[in-house]
Design a binder for this molecule. Structure first.
Ligand code: FES
Length: 160
């Protein structure tokens, strides 16, 4: 081996390969940095509609007059109530106080949060008693062909 062998110049093919590798590294690094920033700045339109459109919560006869029932929709609890005054309504079943799941209180005809005795009006969702600071959010509702469908929540759901 000669003294010059350590000073060998890089062949054009090898130089091209290194340029290509460097360009590839810059592009992948830039993509890895820019893509999350763009995803944050440009939110997906699906994020605003967590239920992805109208979803059936059951048949009308599943919700007899004077009752309330908690139903899970895409792992989100909602309470479907049917009152003489308000008819069928669907509210978020997540209490606006600290997020407990509400139930139906048949004796009092109210929506009840068992954690701290919060009570909600089953027609309006307004707070009747207890510590909840806001009403239960109502959902868009449609009844079609005997099925009860819900759309988007019309208010902020606790924890979202
Ligand atoms: S969580 Fe519902 S009253 Fe406290």
């Amino acid at each position: 081996m000669t003294a010059q062998s350590g000073l060998q110049t890089i062949s054009p093919t090898r130089r091209e390969a290194l340029k290509w590798l460097l360009t590839f590294s810059i592009i992948t690094t830039a993509t890895g940095v820019v893509a999350p920033i763009l995803a944050y700045l440009i939110p997906s339109s699906k994020k605003s509609d967590i239920y992805g459109g109208p979803i059936s919560v059951g048949k009308v006869e599943d919700f007899p007059l004077g009752t309330g029932k908690v139903v899970s929709v895409n792992d989100k609890p909602v309470i479907v109530v049917n009152t003489k005054v308000g008819g069928i309504k669907v509210f978020s079943a997540v209490c606006t106080h600290l997020g407990c799941i509400v139930t139906w209180n048949q004796a009092k005809n109210v929506i009840h949060s068992p954690c701290h005795d919060g009570l909600f009006n089953p027609v309006t969702g307004n707070v009747v008693a207890g510590p909840p600071p806001r009403p239960l959010p109502l959902y868009e509702l449609a009844v079609k062909d005997g099925q009860v469908y819900i759309g988007k929540p019309l208010g902020k759901i606790y924890g979202t």
